[in-house]
Design a protein around this ligand. Structure first.
Ligand SMILES: O=C(O)C1=C[C@@H](OP(=O)(O)O)[C@@H](O)[C@H](O)C1
Ligand SMILES: C=C(OP(=O)(O)O)C(=O)O
Length: 426
């Protein structure tokens, strides 16, 4: 196994330009493939999750040209006509590929098998499949009920009234919303259970709007989508920087200072994870806000007690910021950390304890009190990009740390450790 030894960092300063947002990249690629006409996608993320979406689209006959550094894609829309792939579609551990493709392919003529990495087979999809089945879709579990892999016999879906459970993942609603314009008739989608990760629904509605589809809703409880609407190409579309990836640099500047300029997200961001910067202001970071840029400086950091349901990905970064904040930090209402790349509540608690922190792992929360004394630790990363990136904060805080399997950042941020090195002074 590869290991990365990070030496204590004294100061971080300079400027970083964020890679494109994962959530936006995969939504945009899918709708660009479904619409009529050609779409140029700029600042596309080049990472494993996006490669899986691109690979699947290509297997289904969608023509996509990428520029040399794979950040500009020219997508030839198919008007919704996809080919039956010769091989199963392998989607790695990319929730933003697996869930939306499940719903869209259920409403597309053809036969499709969707598979992924072993962990994907442990990530639930039952709430989405239940809703699709209630609409008459033909989706079969190939191994365990409620989990991938899936076989889909795509067919015409009439639409109508349907309920979907929103309490485990917002990606199920996102998937259904993106598929609904392809149905024969209008849909009325009612949420049951408390909808989690709500800001991701705004990302979905925003991208659908760019592609010509307006969704009405009653306070995120009932969504109304007209059927038989083709998506329309916006011609050209720019992917804003990844707000979850921004969290590591916001945190690094807040912990270590100098000053970091983070380009690609700011006041105008459509991503909920920009809210992490607001949380960091509460923690004590000094932040100047611009439309598409943040400038962050060190502050005196103190623990906070927050409900992080709206920012599940960026909130992981707070768990390692907590190592350098005064007092206890509590991150609440994050049950679904347990069903992501790994059981993130267990994994974060285990690895934080290795560096000496005092941790309470609740069913849906984590409390972190900084170490009385830091211990040199080898951090296991559980094939979870965010654990690898979060624990680089230990070095940012001036303590050496070893990151096991640092290459797992390839899921969303292949160059993360190089970018961190470029702003670090030892
Ligand atoms: O829709 C999206 O782009 C995402 C939604 C969130 O998942 P959940 O809705 O499962 O919390 C988030 O954790 C994931 O990284 C991306
Ligand atoms: C939960 C994540 O990914 P996915 O899109 O696979 O759900 C993540 O990136 O933190």
């Amino acid at each position: 196994m590869e290991q990365l030894s990070l030496e204590p960092i004294k100061k971080v300063s300079g400027s970083v330009t964020l890679p494109g947002s994962k959530s936006l990249s995969n939504r945009i690629l899918l709708l660009a493939a479904l619409c009529d006409g050609v779409t140029e996608v700029r600042n596309l993320l080049d990472s494993d999750d996006i490669r899986h979406m691109l690979g699947a689209l290509s297997e289904m006959g969608v023509q996509v040209q990428l520029n040399d550094d794979k950040t500009i894609a020219t997508v030839n829309g198919t008007g919704g006509k996809l080919l039956t792939p010769k091989e199963p579609l392998f989607l790695g551990n990319a929730g933003t590929a697996f869930r939306p493709l499940t719903a869209v392919l259920a409403a597309t003529q053809g036969k499709f098998t969707l598979t992924g990495e072993p962990r994907m087979e442990e990530r639930p999809i039952g709430h989405l499949v239940d809703a699709l089945a209630a609409l008459g879709a033909d989706v079969t579990y190939l191994k365990n009920a409620h989990y991938p892999p899936l076989e889909i016999a795509g067919k015409k879906i009439a639409g109508g009234k349907v309920e979907i459970d929103g309490s485990i993942s917002s990606q199920f609603l996102t998937a259904l919303l993106m598929a609904a314009p392809l149905f024969e008739g209008d849909s009325e989608i009612k949420i049951i259970g408390e909808l989690v990760s709500k800001p991701y629904i705004d990302i979905t509605l925003g991208v659908m709007k760019h592609f010509g589809v307006i969704v009405e809703h009653d306070n995120y409880q009932v969504f109304y989508v007209k059927g038989k609407q083709g998506y329309q190409s916006p011609g050209s579309i720019m992917v804003e920087g990844d707000a979850s990836s921004a969290s590591y640099f916001v945190a690094a500047a807040a912990i270590a200072g100098g000053e970091i300029e983070i380009n690609g997200v700011g006041l105008s961001s459509v991503q909920g994870d920009i809210g992490f910067a607001k949380v960091m202001e509460q923690v004590g970071a000094q932040i100047d806000w611009f439309d598409e840029k943040l400038v962050v400086r060190k502050g005196k950091l103190k623990g906070v007690d927050i409900d992080a349901n709206a920012i599940p990905d960026a909130a992981m970064t707070l768990a390692t910021v907590a190592l350098f904040a005064e007092g206890k930090t509590a991150i609440r209402n994050i049950y679904n950390w347990r069903v992501k790349e790994t059981d993130r509540l267990y994994a974060m608690a285990t690895e934080l304890r290795k560096v000496g922190a005092e941790v309470v792992e609740g069913e849906d929360f984590i409390e972190v009190t900084p170490p009385a004394e830091f211990k040199l630790a080898e951090i296991d990363t559980y094939n979870d990009h965010r654990i690898a990136m979060c624990f680089s904060m230990v070095a940012v805080g001036g303590k050496a740390v070893v990151i096991n399997d640092p290459g797992c950042t390839a899921k969303t941020f292949p160059t993360y450790f190089e970018v961190l090195a470029s702003i670090s002074e030892h």
